[in-house]
Design a protein around this ligand. Structure first.
Ligand SMILES: CC(C)(COP(=O)(O)OP(=O)(O)OC[C@H]1O[C@@H](n2cnc3c(N)ncnc32)[C@H](O)[C@@H]1OP(=O)(O)O)[C@@H](O)C(=O)NCCC(=O)NCCS
Length: 185
């Protein structure tokens, strides 16, 4: 078991997390009056500082609150990551345990996350900690509207049907601000 500390992510840690994910908005979105996410980092003890004398961050967990019509308030873990050379030393367990404590203290009754189907180690990890595999159990499939599709959807131009006309848009139906038809593509 690795002797590391799990503590809230600070602005100065964003750089360390940038090594793992390329999200430039991390700094703006996570701090300030209305944080969009919550992040905890796993940090090695001070005696294991790097060459530059800085404490080493070997993993993190990033989550946000969501709402389920069935379950109420819940936590969605967007990312749980431990650097490959530090895996199998219970760091992932400690990060997720910390997220579970945080979830309960905030009145959540569920913690959700998704993992690629081919990631056997990660799936085993989650099941070993007591979670249910909803794909295996109930056949759930995950859907994303990526930005392009999201824009088309919002503009009503993804509509199927006879005319392709978006429903309920009132005057100027199916036209963008230049009067071009947005239907049929
Ligand atoms: C998922 C991840 C965070 C786990 O981190 P970790 O620090 O290695 O996890 P831990 O050491 O706390 O736990 C590993 C434990 O999972 C369990 N486990 C792993 N694979 C298992 C399997 N196939 N069957 C049963 N249990 C399994 C074991 O209990 C194992 O501990 P042990 O072998 O020491 O008893 C890490 O693998 C990772 O960063 N993966 C890449 C990122 C990712 O895909 N994340 C998706 C979200 S899970």
């Amino acid at each position: 078991v690795m002797n590391c500390t799990v503590r809230p992510c600070m602005v100065k840690d964003c750089k360390a997390i940038f090594q793992f994910i390329q999200v430039k908005a991390l700094r703006e979105d996570g701090f300030g009056a209305r944080p969009q996410y919550y992040c905890y980092v796993a940090e090695l003890p001070p005696e294991q500082k790097n060459k530059k004398g800085r404490c080493v961050i070997v993993g993190y967990i990033l989550s946000s609150f969501t709402y389920s019509s069935w379950k109420g308030r819940n936590v969605y873990v967007d990312n749980l990551y431990v650097q490959p050379e530090f895996r199998g030393q219970k760091i992932g367990t400690r990060l997720l345990t910390n997220a579970a404590k945080m979830a309960l203290s905030q009145g959540c009754v569920q913690l959700r996350m998704h993992v690629a189907n081919w990631k056997e180690y990660e799936k085993g990890f989650l099941v070993s900690l007591g979670s249910e595999n909803l794909t295996a159990k109930e056949g759930w499939t995950l859907f994303h509207f990526e930005e392009d599709a999201l824009r088309r959807l919002a503009a009503g131009s993804n509509m199927r049907g006879k005319s392709g006309s978006p429903v309920g848009m009132g005057q100027g139906e199916g036209k963008d601000e230049n009067g071009r038809s947005q239907t049929g593509h």
